[in-house]
Design a binder for this molecule. Structure first.
Ligand code: ADP
Ligand code: MG
Length: 346
């Protein structure tokens, strides 16, 4: 287990262009599961590759276990990395696939069996060791790739969208498996994804990136409940947070915080008329999209997410309300969060 740190790490691929990664400072905790979350092209892979030693930073330092590793090879960094497109050797058995890194690093052969068995039992594939990759399901192949990555007992585990090739159902079980696996080995892990649900579910903390810049680092609860800016506010959550300009600030409110006005007893609340234009019934909830009516935000499109209990009809205007403590406030220019303020809505 080791702590990973970056100090002002920047990567500029082409001189004169914007950096793919800009001045990133981060420090994992020992044994932590840290998620890099951001849209495609936000610099997640580039940052991970610099930590792994596969890419050289333009400036800044990378430390593993407290030591600067900029000049160390990937192997010397004792890091294991699993990519989105992991490739198993098709002509080798599962056993030989997992043992491959041991062989490549001249680990004495009499130790292979013990280490392969340790790694494969951690991932529950001990019974598959004599099979070839083509005789495995997608999820089993994934586990072999993970077993191969951990067999050298790395000090840090780097995973770049390892589940994105799996279908939705398999992804869920693979996710649970990875979580269980992390609890058992306890290795510091950095996990890259563009999927905010995956990030929320798996991360001890989430680092949100956009355009190579860190927007926020925090627990899933912190980034969801207290987003640092409008980017984080809208990137996490589905449907995303509604943002409406009012009284010189941007006001944010999440779809799940809408209530029928009569259902909120709190005095301190924002009430408004909401004309429903479309109703989606999703079994356990409704997604309503429509327009705010009247007041300063007249005609602004918003989305609500409501539990069952009432029925809603397209074309009808309802009195809705949001408790004041659920409102978020952002600066109109910088888009960063600002302290709560009293609003006049009408
Ligand atoms: P992500 O993993 O978040 O999708 P990447 O780290 O792959 O993002 O890419 C970040 C930015 O850097 C993108 O604009 C991408 O086009 C650019 N980039 C990545 N790798 C290279 C490279 N080898 N040469 C030039 N540009 C690159
Ligand atoms: Mg990537």
């Amino acid at each position: 287990m080791a702590v990973v740190q970056t100090r002002n790490v920047t990567k500029v691929f082409k001189e004169g262009e914007l950096g793919a990664v800009n001045n990133v400072n981060l420090e994992t905790r020992e044994g932590e599961f840290l998620v890099f979350l951001g849209p495609s092209g936000s610099g997640k892979t580039t940052l991970l590759r610099m930590i792994a030693g596969l890419e050289t930073p333009t400036s800044g330092e990378i430390l593993i276990g407290g030591k600067v590793v900029n000049d160390l090879t990937p192997r010397e960094r004792r890091i294991a990395m699993v990519f989105q497109s992991y490739a198993l050797y098709p002509h080798l058995t599962v056993y030989k696939n997992i043992a491959f890194p041991l062989k490549a690093q001249n680990v004495p052969k009499n130790l292979h069996k013990e280490k392969v068995e340790w790694a494969s039992s951690l991932l529950g594939i001990g019974a598959l060791l004599q099979r070839k990759p083509r005789e495995l399901s997608g999820g089993e192949r994934q586990r072999v790739a993970l077993a191969r990555a951990i067999v050298r007992e790395p000090s840090v585990f780097l995973l770049d969208e390892p589940l994105s090739n799996l279908d939705a159902k398999l992804r869920l079980s693979a996710r649970e498996e990875l979580e269980r696996f992390h609890r058992r080995v306890g290795t510091t892990t950095i996990y890259v994804t563009h999927d905010q649900v995956e990030a929320m579910a798996m991360g001890d903390r989430i680092m949100v990136l956009n355009k190579g810049v860190v927007r926020q680092i925090g627990t899933p609860k912190e980034v969801y409940d207290d987003p640092a800016d409008t980017f984080v506010a809208t990137f996490l959550g589905s449907p995303p947070m509604n943002l409406v300009e009012n009284d010189g600030v941007i006001v944010g409110f999440r779809p799940e915080h809408f209530r029928l006005a009569e259902d909120i007893r709190e005095v301190d609340k924002l009430t408004f008329k909401f004309r429903v234009e479309n109703v989606e019934y999703l079994g356990a909830e409704f997604i309503l999209s429509g327009l705010l009516m009247g007041g300063k935000a007249d005609g602004k499109k918003v989305i609500a997410r409501l539990l069952l209990g009432h029925s809603y009809e397209a074309g009808t205007t309802y009195d809705f309300a949001i408790s004041a403590r659920q409102l978020k406030f952002f600066d109109r220019t910088t888009e960063k969060k600002v302290p709560a303020k009293a609003l006049t809505w009408q």
